[in-house]
Ligand binder design. Structure first.
Ligand code: ZN
Length: 493
């Protein structure tokens, strides 16, 4: 008889036949199933391990540093966190090609793809970079950040704040302002829902002084012997009430020198604003006086000869110096009683008229030089090309209009000329012609401010002739002093 149900023959019974088996047979069958499951799992694990080893052995690998999904703030700089690629223990990171651009100027998601081709095999990994805006807008105030003062009986004008967002730009119009319990709340959201909230304490009182401007500026020059008049002024209070203005400080118009006037404006709430004005009393114009002025030096071989002539004739003059030439000659000018003025250090138009700062930086160099040699700060200036020059327009339009006012408000005086010796015109004229230009323009009815250059050879020979003529014809020679009335030309830029 055939054994139909012999389990040793690994006969697999159907479900229907399973119910017909006895207990022992069922037990044996379950054990067989477990054995089969374990065997199968083992095969699977071995299979996976084999596959992984195959991958390891025969395919390159890429490992990303940093997260697979990254967040970068809008408009910040995205920098690649890095990656390593290897193949059978060999570093092949340099073979990795990275594609995909992260544009942090646009909010969004950017895939960055890393791919390596090696020995005919290719592997790819992807990183997602999310450009997000998580920064809230900023609210800035033109006045006090913590406290808001509103004039009594006046309404808040909602005009002293500005909201700016890195993504939306100016969102001032979206700011919601609410006043509650003595506080003002400013609230604003950007288009990504980032919110900013600022609180300020509110006070209904006037704590600000009036605004006060003097029509004549903060420095005025007046002439000795004239009568002094206070400046007219513009005054206005922020809360609109009456303002009292008082003026103090004395000016002695019979004495050259510098004086101070104080203008004080006080509003109804007692807030005061003070403006100080410097008043400089200058010498009256000395008619018939000759001021010989020499620019661009010092220079060995010419300046020293001119100094010899001046010494011999007993005449004092003014030298507007630069950074050139030897210090000794500046020391000699000073020791022999001449005035030393500042002509700028470089005398380079593109530098001195390049900007306001550039002018004053250059002026400081020559000012420091003179102070170091003489121990005195010079407050006398001559602009390269004179204040009427137009070449400065090429570098900075309007600079002369600004500088001529600014140097005065910084306490300097500047001097142009009303007689040109034409000695600077490329050696065109000899000593006789130069002295003739000057002599023929001298006048007893005005101050004679003569432009010359001590770096020119012809000039040194002309000086003696001019002095001889002047002295023989009743003129006197002086050096420019701290209160010598300014001689200025018309500003053209
Ligand atoms: Zn010059």
């Amino acid at each position: 008889m055939r054994k139909r149900y012999n389990l040793n023959h690994r006969y697999r019974p159907s479900f229907r036949s399973f119910s017909k088996l006895n207990a022992l047979q069922k037990k044996r069958l379950s054990r067989l199933h477990l054995q089969m499951f374990i065997q199968l799992s083992l095969f699977l694990v071995i299979g996976v391990c084999l596959m992984a080893s195959y991958q390891m052995l025969f395919f390159p690998r890429i490992m990303l540093e940093g997260d697979r999904v990254l967040e970068v703030e809008y408009q910040d700089k995205y920098s690649e966190p890095g990656y390593i690629s290897s193949y059978r223990g060999k570093d092949i990171s340099s073979k990795v090609k990275v594609t995909g651009k992260v544009d942090t100027s646009k909010v969004g998601e950017y895939p960055v793809v890393y791919q390596v081709f090696y020995e005919g095999k290719v592997i790819t990994k992807t990183r997602i970079v999310k450009v997000v805006d998580s920064k809230g807008p900023s609210i800035e105030f033109t006045g006090n950040k913590k406290k808001l003062y509103i004039c009594p009986n006046q309404k808040y004008l909602y005009d002293d704040y500005k909201a700016t967002d890195n993504y939306d730009g100016d969102i001032t119009s979206s700011v919601e302002v609410v006043e509650k319990n003595g506080k003002m709340r400013y609230q604003v959201k950007d288009s990504f829902g980032n919110q900013t909230e600022v609180f300020r304490d509110v006070f209904y009182e006037d704590v600000e002084g009036p605004s006060l401007t003097l029509d004549s500026g903060n420095t005025v020059m007046v002439t000795k012997g004239d009568s002094f008049q206070n400046s007219t002024y513009q005054v206005e209070d922020n809360c609109g009430g009456d303002v009292d203005v008082s003026i103090s400080g004395d000016v002695d118009m019979s004495q050259v020198g510098e004086y101070e006037k104080i203008y004080k404006a006080v509003d109804k709430a007692g807030n005061a604003t003070e403006v100080k004005q410097k008043v400089v009393v200058m010498e009256p114009v000395k008619k018939g006086v000759i001021y010989l002025t020499f620019d661009d030096g010092p220079r060995s071989g010419t300046t020293d000869v001119i100094l010899n002539v001046l010494k011999e004739k007993g005449v004092h003059a003014t030298f507007f110096v630069t950074s050139g030439g030897p210090d000794d000659l500046i020391k000699r000018m000073y020791d022999e009683g001449h005035s030393i003025g500042l002509h700028t250090a470089s005398h380079d138009y593109s530098v001195v008229y390049g900007s306001i700062d550039s002018y004053f930086n250059d002026l400081k160099i020559v000012s420091d030089r003179v102070e170091k040699i003489t121990g005195e700060k010079s407050m006398l200036i001559r602009f390269p090309g004179g204040s009427s020059n137009t070449i400065s327009k090429k570098y900075t339009p309007g600079i002369m209009s600004y500088l001529t006012r600014e140097v005065v408000s910084r306490g300097y005086r500047y001097y142009d000329w009303n007689i040109d010796s034409h000695d600077a015109e490329g050696g065109k004229y000899d000593a006789d012609e130069i002295s003739e230009f000057v002599i023929s323009n001298l006048s007893y009815d005005k101050v004679n401010m003569v432009l010359m250059h001590d770096v020119k050879v012809a000039t040194k020979d002309a000086v003696g002739k001019i002095i001889d003529y002047g002295l023989a014809n009743g003129y006197s020679f002086e050096a420019i002093g701290p209160y010598t009335d300014m001689v200025v030309q018309r500003v053209n830029n």
